[in-house]
Design a protein around this ligand. Structure first.
Ligand code: ZN
Length: 420
């Protein structure tokens, strides 16, 4: 009898718990007020289906469809180790909805902290890009609304549309470039180390290492900033054309094309995957464990210095909302450096679409200042404006950055003119 009552009590308990769970599920996920558009097949709102982030360089985000049918997208911040700094500015995802309808997106979380200060990476000039194939992109309006949110309305031309902040440049794009140029006798590709997650880091050499001058370029220290990758791709393709032979007689080019490959792969915004900024702490030795990307480069650079092949000029390519070149040592005891930077700036005005001018903001530990101080290399950071190319009077696209890269070939040629 005792066993009978125990069993009966157990079965009754299970029945009550089961019904409570069903009731909770209805209230939590399937209630009338929560995304009813997903449930009613006749609803006009039942046309949005999914935000796909399951591909290379897709951004990290959370999304929710609200009762008005707006897709609220909360982008994830990158966080810096031992710091209050955080960054977000990258969005890249695939929108799935019925062809022909308009979907409204609301992008959130643009309250960045940069060098300990608040910084908003979006403005009235911010663009949004869409593409059906992830290769050919076009610009659509993005409205900055209260609370630093971006509202984007997308008319679906097919049932899957890629959406991005700037034209993406992925590791697979770099791999295609490397296989395109790898067999060219003017090119040497050398592995110099690995990222935190073990991805190979390479230096591309173009031209003769015995040429009288050399320039080094780094791209993609910050993972969301693809402008530098498009620039070096444009430069490489230009230098491998026959009419560029005189350029490579005068100078050799070394390129670290993608410093923060892990961040690019994972669709992050700024830091490497251990939360370190690869454009900071250049005034200290590189941490082999936390920043193997910097350690590999510094090891390579030390080897070049020992061989007497220290680059004469070094440029770190970035994206921001200013578009300036950062001349980092604006003091009187660095007159030759300042004079060289002025000469380079003037050549940029004459032979590229650059018009934004220099910035003399002190940025201790950045690539430009670090290389200038520690290695005596004329080095600077070039920030490509991702919102507006003033010299072209348009929002910049990949082909514009590639054009600038090809134009740099002549800038270097004239900069390294011994008679000047
Ligand atoms: Zn940057």
């Amino acid at each position: 009898m005792k066993i009978f009552f125990t069993r009966a009590f157990f079965l009754l308990s299970c029945f009550i718990l089961f019904n409570l769970n069903v009731s909770a599920a209805i209230n939590w996920g399937y209630g009338e007020d929560v995304n009813s558009s997903f449930q009613n097949p006749d609803s006009t709102k039942n046309r949005f289906r999914f935000i796909n982030t399951n591909f290379e360089n897709a951004s990290q985000l959370d999304w929710e469809l609200d009762s008005l049918g707006i897709v609220n997208i909360s982008l994830n911040y990158d966080h810096e180790r031992s710091s209050i700094n955080r960054a977000n500015g990258h969005w890249h995802f695939q929108l799935e909805a019925d062809s022909g309808i308009e979907v409204t997106l609301l992008l959130k979380n643009f309250e960045n902290i940069w060098n300990g200060m608040k910084g908003i990476p979006v403005s009235e000039k911010t663009n949004c890009l869409i593409s059906e194939d992830g290769v050919n992109w076009s610009i659509i309006p993005a409205d900055l609304i209260s609370g630093n949110q971006l509202r984007v309305k997308i008319r679906m031309k097919s049932d899957k549309i890629y959406v991005a902040s700037v034209e993406p440049y992925r590791i697979s794009d770099l791999d295609k470039l490397l296989s395109e140029i790898g067999q060219n006798p003017l090119v040497e590709i050398t592995d110099i180390g690995k990222t935190v997650e073990g991805r190979p880091l390479e230096i591309i050499r173009l031209g003769d290492p015995e040429a009288p001058f050399s320039v080094f370029l780094r791209a993609r220290a910050h993972s969301w900033e693809p402008g530098g990758n498009w620039v070096v791709q444009g430069l490489i393709r230009k230098l491998l054309q026959k009419d560029s032979a005189p350029f490579l007689k005068r100078y050799c080019v070394y390129i670290l094309p993608m410093a923060n490959k892990d961040g690019v792969s994972r669709g992050r915004t700024r830091f490497n995957t251990l939360g370190k900024d690869l454009n900071r702490e250049w005034n200290f030795p590189a941490d082999k464990v936390l920043t193997p990307e910097k350690f590999a480069f510094k090891t390579w650079l030390n080897m070049m210095v020992k061989k007497g092949k220290k680059p004469d000029l070094a440029i770190d390519l970035h994206n921001d909302q200013g578009g300036n070149i950062h001349v980092n040592l604006p003091t009187s005891d660095n007159a030759p450096y300042i004079a060289n930077m002025k000469r380079f700036e003037n050549l940029l005005y004459r032979h590229t679409w650059f018009t934004e001018g220099p910035s003399h903001v002190k940025n201790p530990g950045s690539f430009g200042e670090g290389l200038a101080r520690r290695f005596g290399i004329d080095a600077f950071v070039y920030e490509l404006n991702y919102e507006w190319a003033k010299g072209l009077n348009k929002a910049p696209m990949a082909k514009d950055w590639e054009l600038l890269g090809s134009q740099l070939s002549k800038v270097f040629y004239l900069y390294f003119d011994k008679d000047k």
